[in-house]
Design a protein around this ligand. Structure first.
Ligand code: CP3
Length: 351
């Protein structure tokens, strides 16, 4: 395959991300970037023109190569496996497409008990074997020098896509099912949860160093509904994984800072934050129970170098060293200049 070298990292060791998650002191603040492998990188765009999105996810050599791309440019403290949260519904028998300029499309969403019959709990080591293979290959490329993050969507966030059938600002069809047919909602969430548990255990077994659960649409729920439709399923995942593996788990519940105290009590090692809450607020809500991760507004990467540097410094000093991992408050967008990512990382390291 052209444009792929899967070259090993040989020149630096970056333990601080794992150290912070294991409660140890570090000399510098660890930093990584949500969606660090993505469209702002010219080398990603080369592979994007050649292979479809799910081809990139399902071909271990390609997934490894894309995972490694940002690490060749930047001194990031963690790699995150290139994949997508929507490989899980795919493995459960629901078709998922990624359409240009639209995003994810699920042509046959789950809206009725009859639809639910089409959804199964797969053997993940079969249906998602390509993810396990990508982990194995990526671990070799990372050469034990940089830790690897494995991830999954939260059951609620996966439920949103499976019922709505596409992205949405409100996911009101998904919510309508919870409010009008709670039995169906619960049964579907149960199936997603079981699959996700098996999936994350498989990742842990293949040696990822940490897991992140993306509850990207958690913040669309009211605080009361969050307790019903998202939190308990995340809790089940954490309990089940922790029972077998001593692996750090990061929960990123976008827009749901109202639920920080409950999330801190789940046994999660770290909580990801978006930019709508201050470091002081997040610490007050979680006390010393968890590591915090985040939370620069990705749009600040569009600001002048001076403004970016100043805001990164304010963020890092607001969180204080220890129990903290620097990141953006959500994924980096395609319109960001590579130099600004470099500046973001350098500024964190200078603090
Ligand atoms: O962070 C990384 O670098 C790892 C890779 C990763 C991707 N998706 C690759 C991707 C991760 C961790 C995800 C998670 C994901 N996928 C989430 C949760 C995180 C978040 O952003 O809230 C969600 C909601 C999805 C679903 C999804 N996949 C959407 C909504 C889209 C289209 C929107 C977009 O950003 O283009 C995708 C496609 C997708 N997943 C791309 C990438 C790099 C863009 C694909 C492309 O056009 O090349």
């Amino acid at each position: 395959m052209q444009a792929i070298d899967n070259q090993r990292i040989t020149n630096y060791k970056r333990p601080s991300f794992v150290q912070v998650l294991h409660g140890q002191q570090t000399e510098t603040t660890p930093v990584w970037v949500m969606r660090q492998a993505g469209r702002y990188l010219p080398e990603y765009m080369v592979l994007r023109r050649k292979y479809s999105f799910f081809e990139r996810c399902q071909t271990p050599e390609l997934a490894t190569e894309i995972t490694m791309q940002p690490l060749r440019r930047f001194a990031l403290d963690a790699a995150i496996l290139f994949s997508d949260i929507l490989v899980v519904p795919q493995a459960m028998g629901v078709e998922v497409l990624l359409e240009e300029n639209i995003g994810p499309v699920l042509p046959n969403p789950i809206r009725t008990m009859a639809d639910l019959k089409r959804v199964h709990i797969p053997d993940v080591s079969d249906a998602l074997h390509y993810v396990a293979q990508a982990i194995d290959l990526t671990k070799v490329a990372l050469n034990n020098l940089v830790p690897l993050i494995g991830f999954a969507g939260s059951p609620w966030t996966i439920f949103c896509y499976m019922t709505e059938g596409k992205g949405s600002k409100t996911f009101d069809k998904a919510k309508a099912i919870c409010f009008s047919n709670p039995e169906l909602a619960t049964k579907l969430l149960d199936k997603i949860t079981e699959t996700t548990i098996a999936y994350l255990k498989m990742k842990a077994r293949h040696g990822v160093d940490a897991l992140q659960i993306f509850d990207s649409w958690g913040g669309l729920l009211s605080p009361e509904d969050y307790q019903t439709w998202s939190l308990p399923y995340i809790q089940r995942i954490i309990n089940a994984v922790k029972l077998e593996y001593n692996i750090p788990i990061i929960v990123f519940a976008k827009g749901a800072s109202y639920a920080l105290p409950e999330l801190a009590a789940t046994g999660a090692t770290a909580l990801g934050l978006d930019w709508t809450c201050s470091p002081q607020f997040a610490r007050q809500m979680t006390q010393e129970k968890v590591v915090l991760q985040g939370n620069l507004d990705p749009a600040l990467l569009l600001a002048s170098p001076q403004v970016l540097e100043q805001r990164v410094k304010t963020m890092v000093s607001g969180f204080k060293r220890g129990q903290y991992i620097a990141n953006l408050g959500h994924g980096i967008t395609p319109n960001i200049a590579v130099e600004q990512v470099q500046r973001f990382i350098d500024t964190v390291k200078s603090c």
